[in-house]
Design a protein around this ligand. Sequence first.
Ligand SMILES: NC(=O)c1ccc[n+]([C@@H]2O[C@H](COP(=O)([O-])OP(=O)(O)OC[C@H]3O[C@@H](n4cnc5c(N)ncnc54)[C@H](OP(=O)(O)O)[C@@H]3O)[C@@H](O)[C@H]2O)c1
Length: 290
Amino acid sequence: MNSFNNKRVLVLGASSWLGYLLVEKLGSTSASVAGTVFKSNVIFPESIEIFRTENSKDNYDKIIKSFKPTVIVNFLRGEDKEGFELHQKIITLSKDFNIHYIYASSVLALDGYKNKKLTESLEAKSVSPYGIFKANCERELYKSSILWTVLRFSSVQGWVSHKPTRNQVFLEKLANNLIVNVDRGVKQNRILATLLIEGLLDLIKDKVTGIIHFGAKDASEEYVFLQKQAQLFGFNKDLVQLVDMDRNVNLVAIPEKMYQLYNGKYKVSEDKTLQGLLEIEALKAFKIRK
Ligand SMILES: NC(=O)c1ccc[n+]([C@@H]2O[C@H](COP(=O)([O-])OP(=O)(O)OC[C@H]3O[C@@H](n4cnc5c(N)ncnc54)[C@H](OP(=O)(O)O)[C@@H]3O)[C@@H](O)[C@H]2O)c1
């Protein structure tokens, strides 16, 4: 049986929403865990070794040579020249030290496809600046000879202790009776961040490579999802208002591999995602009791 024994996992961007959840979860396995931090001053569980990078590529070099990871997970933002060169450097180091490199891309890496189902067999093709960055990073992996995994997903949902998430910000606005304006035409299949991290643990443990999608089995437009979320927490759905702009962007990832590999464990509905939000202690505080 596969396990975390002998796994040494380095999380780039341990201070990110997803990175923090990942190092916390990995901390309760037999893996050795380390993370990098760019600017933030987050406090981590003691068992996690934290490296401050000051964003110098040389520092990543030293960190990898000192920690000797068997797996690197890249949760960094920074969609610029430095971010791209760092990605290339991680690929080179992964080749030199036989590291499994897991890269967080996005469904936006596929926003260049029109009227096409977004399957895992599609190579990245994007038209938006963020998506183009992710697509370029994906292409560096396709042509490399290392063990790589690309994760594509749309906007995750939930809460984390060290920074406000999109759900917390949204509910705070509603609680202050503020109108939330939403563009038309943005369709996604959203899952909880915690479910994605659970899935990522499985992928790390089982050394799954290739392109992996995460997402709910059904999808909805952004304004519909937000109106449902508002109602679920007892707010008037009319606080979520459509603006005229129609973005016409399909971000519905079809996650066939996760569904098959793990016998439906990750095949959830968006309603389950919404219910999951209500079960988060910190978000429960926003629920209006009638
Ligand atoms: N959240 C989503 O819904 C979603 C959806 C699709 C894809 N993704 C991808 O998943 C990954 C994690 O997302 P997230 O929402 O968890 O991220 P996040 O909370 O926004 O955190 C971003 C991380 O990147 C670091 N960072 C920011 N600018 C940087 C720069 N110029 N150079 C180096 N590091 C920089 C930050 O470090 P400090 O905090 O130390 O400054 C932080 O650790 C990202 O790659 C994101 O593109 C996320």
